[in-house]
Design a binder for this molecule. Structure first.
Ligand code: ADP
Ligand code: MG
Length: 344
């Protein structure tokens, strides 16, 4: 368990598998980097480095970006912007870094779009159900405990200002947990650094959330696998081409606990105050940025198969839903989700 960024400790195993088709008839060797980021791992693949950049320099640059994100968003660093804002109980504007203000703004946009299903103020419930820093509960929380935790939840109680960047809470008990969007945000930050440093063809993956730029050599597209939603082995459910875009996946098949024969997911419905319990097992979303994809995937996962698919269709979101059926899994693709090949 990673204590440095314990918040993300459940995300150690990625939810999407990368199919990196190395070679493919051309002779340029890929440059691959790996390391740790926000409680999980990162991997980067690129083929052409600009003249002033070698793999070592690139790794240093990436590590700097990653530690920058940690210093802004980690709840296990009491000095991070986010921890300081959570500790602040006043109602005035609280100055934070521009990055934090931007990611909170994106989160609020997705809250609005998903009718409150995605909510970065859900921490009291996450803790109550044993997915926060307090560890697993001995028994299932009572309705009274759920109601008490819900009193301090609501994305509307957080306001954002970008210029100069600041956050404000209109209820002192409110705290922010960016677990469901920070991996995507970190992918975007690394992708931006790569582009700014002349790397235009790349694939960045952090804890299963992915963004690609350009193509592989010979204009070949990047090919990404969507993981089969089973807790045990890791195999691929479907394969898509993803160039110049991001994909994030939310699923309830890895991170859960069982009590009395029932499975409790780490994804909490802020309306019921309980872990989601429906037969939607995984949602993957393709978007321009990985922050948006990450937040949307979690929001749609909360909404479940009927409401989630309805919202995705209505708003032309590019999403891929895997629903558990009596004899296997049923897939639904919406919007412009890339044409995919299902692997049996
Ligand atoms: P994963 O870690 O599986 O990639 P997600 O991106 O879906 O997961 O984020 C899940 C985490 O987000 C949970 O562990 C919890 O900390 C937090 N969370 C749970 N429910 C919600 C919700 N309704 N809105 C926003 N964040 C949530
Ligand atoms: Mg997410």
């Amino acid at each position: 368990m990673n204590k440095v960024f314990n918040l993300f400790r459940f995300a150690l195993v990625s939810m999407a598998l990368l199919l990196m088709l190395v070679g493919c008839g051309n002779d340029s060797a890929p440059v691959k980097l790996q390391g740790r980021a926000i409680g999980t791992t990162y991997s980067i693949v690129t083929y052409n480095l600009p003249e002033n950049l070698d793999a070592h320099k690139m790794q240093q640059g990436v590590e700097q970006v990653v530690s920058g994100v940690n210093s802004v968003m980690s709840l296990f660093n009491p000095g991070s912007d986010l921890s300081r804002f959570n500790a602040y109980k006043g109602k005035d504007w609280f100055e934070v870094s521009r990055e934090l203000a931007l990611v909170v703004r994106t989160a609020k946009t997705i809250s609005l779009l998903t009718g409150g299903a995605f909510d970065i103020t859900v921490a009291p419930l996450v803790n109550l159900w044993g997915f926060g820093s307090d560890g697993r509960p001995d028994k299932v929380p009572s309705d009274e405990q759920v109601a008490a935790a819900k009193a301090d939840i609501g994305a509307d109680f957080v306001q954002v200002r970008i210029d100069p960047p600041a956050l404000k809470k209109t209820k002192p008990g409110i705290s922010i947990d960016l677990a469901a969007i920070a991996k995507g945000y970190c992918v975007d930050a690394v992708a931006d650094w790569l582009k700014q440093n002349g790397v235009s063809d790349f694939m960045v993956e952090i804890g299963g959330e992915i963004r690609t730029g350009g193509t592989k050599p010979g204009k070949a597209p990047w090919v990404i696998g969507v993981e089969k939603p089973t807790p045990g082995g890791r195999s691929v459910q479907a394969v898509i081409e993803l160039s110049g875009r991001a994909m994030a996946t939310s699923g309830d098949y890895r991170n859960y606990f069982e009590a009395g024969g029932k499975r409790y997911s780490h994804i909490i419905d802020p309306v019921s105050g309980k872990p989601v319990s429906h037969n939607l097992v995984s949602v993957s979303v393709v978007e321009e940025t990985c922050s948006m994809a990450d937040a949307l995937a979690t929001g749609l996962m909360v909404m479940g198969p009927e409401q989630g698919i309805r919202l995705a269709k209505k708003n032309k979101l590019s999403a891929f839903f895997i629903v558990k059926t009596v004899d296997g899994f049923a897939e639904t693709a919406t919007g412009n989700f890339p044409e995919h090949k299902t692997l049996k």
